[in-house]
Design a protein around this ligand. Structure first.
Ligand code: AMP
Length: 208
């Protein structure tokens, strides 16, 4: 199973990815999580990426592409992967196709978790994220139900940055829906429902 998850920030891609990973033992490759870990570790990549992330802008393609290439080559990604938050623009999508072809692999599907913009704004501004494992929950959750880590509000989930992230999504990432439709591998689920119902549809769309 080699899957790309598409959808606006806050559409629920990470949540659906976590379920698929738990049930099907594939690698969860979230570029947002990888970049946040690099920022926390203050690595060269983290230092370079931070200012873009804080502003809700895309991190330069080459930095993210190198990160994804390394993860795709890792042992745990050989059985399959769920890419979450990558690709974010056409350059990244074309590079992904090229890299996979060079590895003798290809995408099985691009799954759009579709949620209206007004719902996204509500969700992001009330979202809390675990500092340790990335689990997300509502504003009243202070301790992570998954690993007991501290829940916090991501800087880029604050109102001033949310609008820019949605603009960036519309301009750069939403054209990928047509890109993958053109390849005949686009699948769409209505993400504006209970998480379990969305997951049932996700599995049906992916033929699982
Ligand atoms: P996310 O957790 O997927 O919402 O990502 C958080 C932030 O990380 C984004 O707003 C970008 O600044 C950066 N980021 C994540 N994935 C990518 C990507 N594929 N390309 C460029 N920047 C990314």
């Amino acid at each position: 199973m080699n899957i790309v998850l598409l959808g606006a920030p806050g559409a629920g891609k990470g949540t659906q990815a976590q379920r698929l990973v738990a049930d099907y033992c594939v690698a969860h490759i979230s570029t947002g999580d990888l970049l946040r870990a690099a920022v926390k570790a203050q690595s060269e990549l983290g230092v370079a990426a931070k200012k873009y992330m804080d502003a809700g802008e895309l991190v330069p393609d080459q930095l993210v592409i190198d990160l994804v290439k390394e993860r795709l080559a890792a042992d745990d990604a050989q059985k399959g992967f769920i890419l979450d938050g990558f690709p974010r623009n056409t350059t990244q999508a074309v590079t992904l196709d090229t890299e996979l072809a060079a590895m003798g692999r290809e995408l099985d599907g691009a799954l759009l978790v579709d949620v209206p913009a007004e719902v996204i704004i509500d969700r992001l501004s009330s979202r809390r994220t675990c500092r340790d494992c990335g689990y997300t929950a509502g504003p009243d959750t202070t301790v992570c139900p998954s690993c007991a880590g501290e829940m916090y509000q991501r800087d880029d989930d604050k109102p001033e940055t949310i609008k820019n992230r949605l603009d960036v999504y519309e301009k750069n990432t939403s054209p990928l829906v047509e890109y993958y439709r053109g390849q005949g591998i686009l699948k769409v689920v209505d993400g504006n429902r209970d998480i379990d119902l969305v997951y049932t549809d996700v599995k049906a769309e992916l033929g699982l």
